[in-house]
Structure formats: structure tokens, C-alpha cells
Ligand binder design. Structure first.
Ligand SMILES: *[C@@H]1O[C@H](CO)[C@@H](O)[C@H](O)[C@H]1NC(C)=O
Ligand SMILES: *[C@@H]1O[C@H](CO)[C@@H](O)[C@H](O)[C@H]1NC(C)=O
Ligand SMILES: *[C@@H]1O[C@H](CO)[C@@H](O)[C@H](O)[C@H]1NC(C)=O
Length: 180
């Protein structure tokens, strides 16, 4: 009987130390870290090969100075540098809703989908208010996948260049993202 009890105790000690080791390995290997990086988005809002299309609007949108009620879908190329010819990193895809009657401000619900470089296969999701005429706009990073699992943080965006002739806008997205 005593032997059995000893064995049992030993066994349970072994189990709990294994569980503890596994737990601490998980904690030390999964420390939250801050990553800062930036990408450029190539956005074309008119003409052939437009990367932003309007999909719906209210009957009153045409009379609104702020395009209130307009909904668009975007699929921009992401590049390392501001030039269109610079290395491709993935796409910015999602929905843009003109949601203010007093400012030109949109609700953006967008995914940054990385298909090249060190974030290949990962994505970040940004949902927030983008007041287009402000120099720097801030939006929350609400999640991510792959390397960006459990991501949170914020992104600053600003217009790097705008060409009214071609409708091409180059946007800078500067990420401050906590992830594991
Ligand atoms: C549109 O895209 C096609 C295919 O990539 C390209 O050949 C064409 O030059 C583009 N047109 C414009 C106006 O950018
Ligand atoms: C609003 O304007 C656009 C472009 O000028 C036009 O195609 C559309 O029919 C107009 N919509 C309404 C509801 O007036
Ligand atoms: C990105 O990842 C995909 C899927 O894992 C892979 O097929 C592709 O070759 C990778 N691309 C680069 C440039 O590493």
C-alpha cells in the first residue's frame, strides 16, 4: 500500500512538473512584442484599372458635400517604397464607407494581406475612422493572422502623393503593432 502511494505521489509530481514546464515554455516563447514597419498603398480612384470602386450610395449622396452614404470597395497594391515599381508586399483589401455629414470621414474596414517578404502569409485587420483631409490619420489595428495572431495596436496613415490627372494616390501606412 505504501509503495503504491509513493508511486502515485511520484507520478503526480512528474505530471505537475511536466505541466509547469510546458506552461512556462509557452509563456517565455510567447512574449508580446512591438513591431514597427511601414508600407505604401497604390490607390487609383478613377479610370481604367481603378483599385477603388463605388458599390452603393444613398439617394441623397450626390447632394452631400461629404459624400455621406457612399460605400466603396478597395483592392490596392502594397509596396515597399512609394513608387509603383517598388517591390510588392501584398494587398490592402476592404470596404470604405463615407460615414460623416460634417467632415469627409470614412469608416474603413480593411485587411492588409501580406504575400511577400517576412510577413508572407500573415495579415492585419484595421477598422477605424479616417478623416481624409487631416495630414495624419490614426486607426486601430484590431487583429491579425499568422505572425500577427492576437495583434493589437494602431496605424498612422498619410497621403504621400496625389496625382489629379491619373487619380493615383500613394498612401503611407505606418504600423505600431503588438503581437506574439
Ligand atoms: C491596366 O492594366 C493592364 C494590365 O495590367 C495594363 O496593360 C494597362 O496598361 C493598364 N492601364 C492603365 C491605364 O493603367
Ligand atoms: C449621382 O451622380 C452620379 C455621377 O455623377 C450618377 O451616375 C448617379 O446616377 C447619380 N445618382 C443619383 C441618385 O442622383
Ligand atoms: C509566400 O507564401 C506562400 C504560401 O506559403 C508560398 O507559396 C510563396 O512562395 C511565398 N512567397 C514568397 C515570395 O516567399
Amino acid at each position: 500500500m505504501a509503495l503504491t502511494l509513493n508511486k502515485l505521489l511520484l507520478f503526480s509530481c512528474l505530471i505537475s512538473s511536466t505541466v509547469l514546464t510546458a506552461k512556462s515554455e509557452l509563456l517565455t516563447s510567447k512574449r508580446e512584442k512591438l513591431t514597427r514597419f511601414h508600407v505604401y498603398a497604390q490607390d487609383k480612384n478613377t479610370g481604367t484599372n481603378a483599385t477603388v470602386v463605388n458599390v452603393a450610395q444613398a439617394s441623397t449622396t450626390n447632394q452631400s458635400a461629404t459624400s455621406f452614404g457612399l460605400v466603396g470597395v478597395v483592392d490596392d497594391e502594397l509596396t515597399v517604397g512609394p513608387e509603383m515599381s517598388s517591390k510588392n508586399l501584398g494587398r490592402l483589401q476592404g470596404m470604405v464607407t463615407f460615414a460623416s455629414q460634417s467632415e469627409v470621414a470614412v469608416l474603413m474596414s480593411i485587411n492588409f494581406v501580406f504575400t511577400e517578404g517576412k510577413y508572407n502569409g500573415s495579415s492585419l485587420t484595421v477598422v477605424g475612422r479616417n478623416e481624409l483631409f487631416l495630414k495624419v490619420r490614426e486607426m486601430p489595428i484590431v487583429g491579425g493572422t499568422g505572425l500577427f495572431r492576437l495583434a493589437r495596436g494602431y496605424v498612422h496613415t498619410s497621403t504621400y502623393s496625389a496625382d489629379p490627372k491619373t487619380g493615383v494616390l500613394v498612401l503611407l501606412y505606418d504600423f505600431f503593432v503588438y503581437h506574439y
